[in-house]
Design a binder for this molecule. Structure first.
Ligand SMILES: O=C(O)[C@H](O)[C@@H](O)[C@H](O)[C@H](O)CO
Length: 447
C-alpha cells in the first residue's frame, strides 16, 4: 500500500522520564524525591517494586543512545531529576548532578540526536513536600529557580525545554488521588489551590528559562489530554468536541494558553475555586513557543442542549482497550486531539511528546518479542496523525513512549510500554518488533 508521508524535517523521537529509567537513586549526591518515599511505602505499587534500579540508565545511557541511533531517531525527550540538581529543592546546586545531564546531552549530540528536556516529570524533592509541596505557593517559586538554573546550565546544548509533564496527572492522581506520589487524596479548594500553584510554577519557570537562556531557546510544556473527538464527523458534534477541548482542559491547558480560568470552570468549582490574583494569571499565561501533547486515548462527544453544549459518550465495557485499561483504542485521538486543541487555544506549534501503549508481549522461544498489538496501535495512531497534519494540524514532531520498558509508576514493572524489552534482572535490552516497525517509519518519514 502507498505510504502516507509526513512533512520534511518532521522530528521522530522517543521519550523517557528520570525516575522511570535512571535508577542510581543514591548516586552522586541525589536527594530523595516524593517517588522514592511513595514507592518505599508498602502497598503503594502493584508489584511492590520501585525505581531504585529501574533501567540503570544513569550508567547505561551510552547503550540506550546506541538504541536510539539504530532506530534513526532524530530527537530524544528525557527529564531532569530536580533532586539530582538541588537535593533539598533549593540552595547550593549539586555539581555532580548537573554534570550527568551535560554528559547525557553531549553524548546525544555526538550521536546526531537533538535533546528535548523536561524539567519536571513528577519527582519533587521530598524536602519540599515536607513543607506542603504544591499546596505551598513557595514551591512554584522554588521550581522556577531550579528550572532557570538548570536551563542556564544546559544553554547552548538544549534548545527545547518543557517546564512540566502532565500537571493534570500529578495533581489529579498525586494530590487529588492516592495512586501517585504523594498520594494525599485532597478534595475541594485545597486541590484547586494546589493545581493553581502548579500552573503558577509553570508560568514562573517559562519566564526564568527565558531569562537564563539565549533567544533561540524554545519553551513549552508537555500536557496530557484525553483528546476531544466528535462521536462522528457531523458539524454539530465537531463544534461540541471543540467546546470540550476548551472546557475539559480549563484547569490546565486553557488557563496556560489564555491566562484565565473559564467562567464555567470557576462556576463549577464555586466555593472550591482557587484564590488567585490577576498578576498570577498573567504569569500562568506566559507565552510559550510550542505545546507538547501526550496523547494515548480520548473521549467522544455529541452536541447537547445543556450549559456546556456537549456531553461525553461513555465507553461501553465492550469498547476495545489495550493492556492498560485506561487506554481505550482510539486512533481518532491523534487526528482530532492536536487539531481541536490548536483551533480552540490558538496553538501554532505542537509536538506529540508522548504516544504509545503497554503490551503483554514477551520473549518467545527464540528471544523475539513480537508485540503486534503495539505495531497495530502505532500504525493506526500514526496514520491518523498524518491525516491530521495533512488537514492542517500544526504538529512538528512525535516522541514515542517509550524507548525502554520502565517503571510505570504505581503499576511498577507490570505494564511494559517500551519498544525495547528490558530484562530487569540482567539489564539486557532487546529491540521488539515495534522497534523495527518504528525504524522503518522514521527511515521513510511515512506510515
Ligand atoms: O503520561 C504519563 O502518564 C507519563 O507521562 C508517563 O510517565 C507514563 O509512564 C506513560 O504515560 C504511560 O502511562
Amino acid at each position: 500500500a502507498t505510504k502516507r508521508a509526513f512533512p520534511p524535517g518532521f522530528v521522530w523521537g522517543t521519550a523517557t522520564a528520570a525516575y522511570q529509567v535512571e535508577g542510581a537513586v543514591k548516586a552522586d549526591g541525589r536527594g530523595q524525591s516524593i517517588w522514592d518515599a511513595y514507592t518505599h511505602t508498602p502497598g503503594k505499587v502493584a508489584d511492590g517494586s520501585n525505581g531504585d534500579m529501574a533501567d540503570d540508565d544513569y550508567h547505561r545511557y551510552p547503550e540506550d543512545i546506541a538504541l536510539m541511533r539504530s532506530l534513526g531517531a532524530g530527537g530524544y525527550r528525557f527529564s531532569v531529576a530536580w533532586p539530582r540538581i538541588f537535593p533539598n529543592g533549593g540552595g547550593r546546586p549539586n555539581p555532580k548532578g548537573v554534570d550527568f545531564y551535560k554528559r547525557l546531552v553531549d553524548a546525544l549530540h555526538e550521536a546526531g540526536i537533538e535533546p528535548y528536556c523536561t524539567l519536571y516529570h513528577w519527582d519533587l524533592p521530598e524536602a519540599l513536600q515536607r513543607k506542603g509541596g504544591w499546596q505551598n505557593r513557595d514551591t512554584a517559586k522554588a521550581f522556577a529557580d531550579y528550572a532557570g538554573y538548570m536551563a542556564g546550565q544546559l544553554d547552548g546544548r538544549v534548545q527545547h525545554f518543557m517546564t512540566m509533564n502532565e500537571i493534570s496527572t500529578f495533581i489529579g492522581n498525586g494530590y487529588g488521588g492516592t495512586t501517585m506520589a504523594p498520594g494525599l487524596g485532597l478534595k475541594g479548594q485545597a486541590l484547586a489551590q494546589a493545581r493553581h500553584h502548579a500552573l503558577l510554577g509553570h508560568g514562573l519557570a517559562v519566564q526564568a528559562i527565558r531569562a537564563a537562556t539565549g533567544a533561540k531557546t524554545k519553551v513549552g510544556s508537555a500536557e496530557g489530554i484525553d483528546a476531544p473527538m466528535p462521536a462522528y464527523d457531523a458539524p454539530e458534534h465537531v463544534v461540541a468536541a471543540r467546546k470540550a477541548a476548551l472546557e475539559e482542559n480549563a484547569g490546565y491547558l486553557t488557563a496556560m494558553h489564555t491566562g484565565r480560568y473559564t467562567d464555567l470552570y470557576l462556576k463549577t468549582l464555586g466555593a472550591d475555586a482557587p484564590k488567585f490574583t490577576p498578576e498570577e494569571m498573567r504569569i500562568i499565561g506566559s507565552k510559550t513557543d510550542f505545546q507538547g501533547l501526550n496523547v494515548y486515548t480520548g473521549n467522544y462527544y455529541i452536541a447537547a442542549d445543556n450549559e456546556r453544549g456537549y456531553e461525553a459518550v461513555p465507553f461501553p465495557s465492550s469498547y476495545p482497550r489495550m493492556q492498560s485499561s485506561w487506554i481505550q483504542f482510539a486512533p481518532d485521538a491523534m487526528y482530532w486531539g492536536p487539531k481541536l486543541m490548536a483551533e480552540a487555544l490558538g496553538i501554532s506549534d505542537i509536538y506529540i511528546t508522548e504516544n504509545g501503549t503497554s503490551s503483554t508481549a514477551a520473549p518467545d522461544a527464540e528471544g523475539r518479542v513480537l508485540d503486534i498489538d503495539r505495531v497495530m496501535f502505532l500504525r493506526q495512531y500514526l496514520g491518523e496523525l498524518q491525516r491530521g497534519i495533512a488537514h492542517g494540524a500544526p504538529v512538528r514532531g512525535y516522541f514515542l513512549w517509550s524507548l525502554l520498558d520502565n517503571f510505570e509508576w504505581s503499576r511498577g514493572y507490570s505494564e511494559r510500554f517500551g519498544i525495547t524489552w528490558v530484562d530487569f534482572a540482567t539489564q539486557k535490552r532487546t529491540p521488539k518488533l515495534s522497534a523495527m516497525f518504528y525504524r522503518d517509519v522514521i527511515a521513510s518519514n511515512a506510515v
